[in-house]
Write a protein that binds this ligand. Structure first.
Ligand code: FAD
Length: 451
């Protein structure tokens, strides 16, 4: 079979890229190895609750995934947005509004940071890839509380832990995006009806435009001859011909798709470096179902903490049922708590994992007493959120959409040179890849923030 473009993977980026290309008349085939769509943003039912592997909230202010859905006529209704950001004050053992961290004259410091951010262009932000957020903020304020406010958001979004690990460019990109688009530091939503239904609607729209979306089919090799892409070979031996191939597989799966010696040496080694386990953003998570909401103060909050009483880890809590009551059976509430850990020190250390899970559960019961009455709890270790966004490991350090040296080969996805958070980042990357194939910014996205 012959196509204009074959896309390896039906994650967010693959679907967004495929949707745009199909809408613009390309004959597209998307090949997904799993039986489901959405990649890391897949969703399944567990004891009657709708559990997204990763697909929690998305930080799209309207110009990435939402815009792509508009292009192909797919409904994406945003839930109500969060109404508060409680922060755990571990010294006094209670939750406080994050605003309490910067009061009085410190407010001026925050204002100066916001003003400076407004002055910065998105291109300027590209020059800050080497800096930590704190180094940039210290040009405008010396108030610890002000640093902490944006760093607490970085813990929630980037899963970075220490002050020097929060990347200036990544964090400023997303703050600027939200201030410009939504006049607030953070905007996120749950897609009403759930993620799985959204991915299915997108795949149907691609098919309606002559595209093919096949699940349960693994690409074994991207076929490259004489420095140019020829198509892909599937497990089982079938070949799909195409002069352009987009690889949506994350960096840790990407290089396996190529025969030895095909990828340029420097490119391959950069990708393998980024893909190292110790470069992954990791956390310990608990899914918790209870008859009353397990929350800090509100079912529509985005709560965060720098440290918990025993585990001593930073993280977040989120009650999904507050955003969409169809997530849970009637009379039950679903909460997810995540506590990030340092992969450079503890990746794969089973003893550490067991100890931290036990400590974290006791912490959760102290911090949100409704957890004591939980109907069930489901612990999980997360190690595929993405490549961690620390200074020096973002922006131009990531592989570009266009793979130079191999004609017709493109990359897409959150582990490539994209910005934003998770699903939004992947969607933004999908748009950029479609642009590269179509030869310029698609007019429908002309007023959106490029990346
Ligand atoms: C636990 C967890 C929680 C998260 N929470 C959030 C959140 O709250 N908000 C948020 O915005 N983001 C969140 N994320 C991150 C978000 O899920 C990812 O950033 C986003 O889904 C990445 O999309 P992608 O298209 O780049 O890659 P992926 O979703 O990884 O898509 C790649 C696809 O390629 C397929 N593939 C790979 N190799 C092959 C092959 N050989 N043949 C065929 N197919 C192949 C894979 O199966 C996959 O479907 C979370 C992630 C995790 C793991």
């Amino acid at each position: 079979m012959s196509y204009d473009v074959v896309i390896v993977g039906a994650g967010t980026a693959g679907l967004v890229c495929g949707a745009i290309l199909a809408e613009r008349g390309k004959r597209v085939a998307i090949v997904e190895k799993h039986p489901y769509l959405g990649g890391r943003a897949m969703e399944h039912r567990f004891r009657g609750h709708q559990i997204g592997l990763s697909s929690h909230l998305v930080e799209d202010p309207g110009d990435s995934l939402t815009r792509a859905c508009e292009l192909i006529g797919v409904d994406l209704t945003h839930s109500a947005r969060s109404d508060s950001m409680p922060f755990w004050d571990d010294e006094h053992g209670h939750w406080i509004p994050i605003q309490d961290r910067y009061s009085g004259s410190a407010k001026q410091g925050l204002k100066r940071c916001i003003e400076a951010l407004k002055e910065l262009s998105f291109d300027d932000i590209d020059n800050l890839d080497h800096l930590s957020l704190r180094e940039w903020m210290s040009r405008y304020t010396s108030d610890e509380g002000v640093y902490e406010v944006w760093e607490a958001i970085s813990v929630l979004e980037q899963i970075t832990l220490e002050p020097w690990e929060h990347s200036a460019s990544e964090n400023l990109f997303i703050r600027k995006l939200h201030y410009e688009r939504k006049r607030t530091a953070g905007y996120s939503f749950w897609p009403m009806g759930g993620w799985d239904a959204l991915w299915v609607r997108m795949a149907d729209a691609i098919r309606a435009r002559g595209g093919e979306v096949t699940t349960g089919a693994t690409v074994e090799e991207v076929v490259v001859r004489d420095g140019a892409v020829k198509g892909v070979r599937l497990a089982g031996g079938d070949e799909l011909e195409a002069a352009e191939v987009v690889v949506n597989a994350p960096v840790w799966d990407m290089t396996k798709l190529f025969a030895d010696g095909v990828l340029p040496w420097d490119f391959k080694h950069r990708v393998e470096g980024l893909a190292a386990d110790k470069n992954k953003a990791c956390w310990f998570g608990y899914w918790i179902a209870a008859e009353e909401p397990v929350i800090a103060s509100s079912t529509l909050e985005m709560a965060s903490f720098f440290t918990t009483p025993r585990a001593g880890l930073p993280g977040y809590t989120l009650c999904f049922t507050g955003y969409d009551e169809t997530v849970s059976p009637k009379g039950e509430y679903l909460t997810c708590v995540g506590a990030a850990f340092d992969a450079t020190k503890h990746y794969g250390d089973k003893g550490y994992y067991d100890r931290k899970f036990a400590e974290l559960w006791e912490d959760i019961e102290d911090m949100m007493p409704a957890a004591k009455g939980a109907l069930w709890k489901k612990p999980h270790v997360v190690n595929t959120y993405g490549v961690i966004c620390k200074p020096g490991q973002v922006g131009a350090a990531r592989p570009d959409t266009v793979v130079r040296g191999i004609e017709g080969l493109y990359l897409t996805g959150d582990t490539t040179r994209a910005r934003g958070i998770g699903i939004d980042k992947a969607a933004r990357s999908g748009i950029t890849t479609a642009d590269a194939i179509l030869g310029g910014r698609d007019p429908f996205f002309a007023d959106t923030i490029r990346y």
